[in-house]
Design a protein around this ligand. Structure first.
Ligand code: TMP
Ligand code: ZN
Length: 398
């Protein structure tokens, strides 16, 4: 039986996507024999209600040896990280000589903005690929001790799209206990289970997302590791996230937003298995609708391409069985993905220039989390008669 990675109680499985590849491992044509697959299934802890993957990819098989790397290809995300830094500069980093640390560093946009304002900063990132001052390590008590000895305690430790992928959180919290100043805060943001359920955004479930947090589960997790959840904030990025602020117990007055969110979660049944079973039924419906629509359009002679070879679209394409016979290519701005194939589904990835050469009849928006930005940039596609196909919160054409 699978057990919760935080509290060791049994996990109740509610959905099985079956055989799935590593969402960031884009093979070349000659490398298909070496692709790694695992069973992607999700369940909920009977005790602390934390939703999590049943099986995680062993670290030695994980494509990234470090934390999930997120490119700053999106101008919306760059702005988001700049605003995050500005907020910290106005609230938490106002002391005499403040110090901010980021676990994983998302291209360093947040830390660079703090650095430009004269604030001491450090990324903790095993690959070191951050573009800012970095300590090359996984964040744990050992790394935290070395950092504290060199730089002193931290006023803010921040992590975006990172904590949900760390299978063993104990060492992270041991590190926080070492590094955080008495009144310091740990702020992290990740996809929100409430949004995933509400939008049926099942493609948020993939190898690099091990945990699907709720306010309730994070509150329990904070208690367990000797911290307290003192604030939460909903974020619109990446299809709906929550930013959690944790402090040492009793150091901060919890904001009313926490209690409000707990009430909302209860009203939406987020801690009940039946809610997740209903979600599972909607996921199957989306697959059936999407596959039927693509076959119908192809039968009518329409040309359909994909847009944005995101990690999350790996789950969508593999779960729906969508390959190059339905979608001849997917375009993406990331040079490292171009010329390769999408993981498991083997759709060729081409530069975005291929999109308009000539425009297809339909574009399946794999990167629906960047819909606004991409649709604005590609306005000419619709003006030329093209249509976008989206599959979240249900299959629809715009
Ligand atoms: P992400 O959702 O993990 O940030 O991944 C976004 C992917 O979509 C990434 O491979 C880059 C690609 N992309 C484009 O091709 N064009 C765009 O305008 C944006 C915002 C992203
Ligand atoms: Zn648990």
């Amino acid at each position: 039986m699978s057990r919760c990675r935080v509290c060791s109680h049994p996990i109740r499985e509610f959905f099985d996507f079956e055989r799935q590849p590593l969402s960031s491992a884009f093979p070349r044509t000659g490398e298909l024999d070496e692709e790694y697959f695992f069973r992607l299934a999700v369940g909920m802890c009977e005790s602390c209600t934390l939703v999590q993957l049943i099986d995680a990819v062993p670290p030695e098989r994980a494509h990234h040896q470090g934390y999930p790397y997120h490119s700053a290809a999106s101008s919306v995300m760059c702005k988001h990280f700049e605003q995050t830094a500005r907020r910290f500069l106005e609230t938490e980093l106002t002391g005499a000589d403040p110090f901010v640390v980021e676990i994983g560093a998302n291209d360093g946009v947040m830390l660079r903005t703090c650095g430009d304002a004269g604030v001491r900063h450090l990324a903790v990132e095993p690959s070191g690929a951050t573009g800012v001052r970095a300590h090359r390590a996984f964040f744990d008590a050992h790394a935290a001790t070395r950092i504290r000895d060199a730089d002193g305690t931290a006023d803010v430790v921040y992590a975006a799209n990172t904590i949900c992928g760390v299978t063993d959180l104990q060492p992270v919290f041991e590190g926080l206990d070492v590094l955080l100043a008495p009144d310091g805060v740990f702020v992290f943001e990740d996809p929100y289970l409430g949004e995933i359920i509400e939008r049926t955004s099942f493609d948020q479930i993939y190898d690099e997302h091990v945990f699907f947090f709720t306010v309730r589960a994070v509150g329990a997790l904070a208690d367990r590791f000797g911290f307290e959840l003192v604030d939460i904030e909903r974020l619109p990025v990446h299809g709906g996230q929550i930013r959690y602020t944790l402090a040492r117990p009793g150091r901060r007055e919890p904001s009313p937003a926490v209690a409000d969110a707990l009430r909302t979660e209860q009203a939406h049944g987020l801690a009940e298995l039946v809610t997740l079973e209903r979600f599972a039924a909607r996921v199957q419906r989306i697959r059936d609708d999407l596959v039927a629509l693509l076959h119908e359009l192809r039968a009518d002679g329409a040309r359909i391409v994909g847009y944005g070879a995101t990690a999350k679209s790996s789950t969508m394409a593999n779960y729906c069985g969508i390959g190059p016979e339905l979608i001849p290519f997917v375009c993406d701005t990331t040079p490292a993905k171009q010329g390769r194939l999408t993981p498991g589904s083997h759709i060729p990835v081409r530069p975005v220039e291929a999109f308009a050469d000539p425009y297809p009849d339909f574009a399946l928006l794999f990167a629906w989390n960047h819909a606004e930005e991409i649709m604005a940039k590609e306005r000419a596609f619709r003006e030329a008669g093209g249509r976008w196909i989206l599959y979240v919160p249900q299959v629809h054409i715009v």
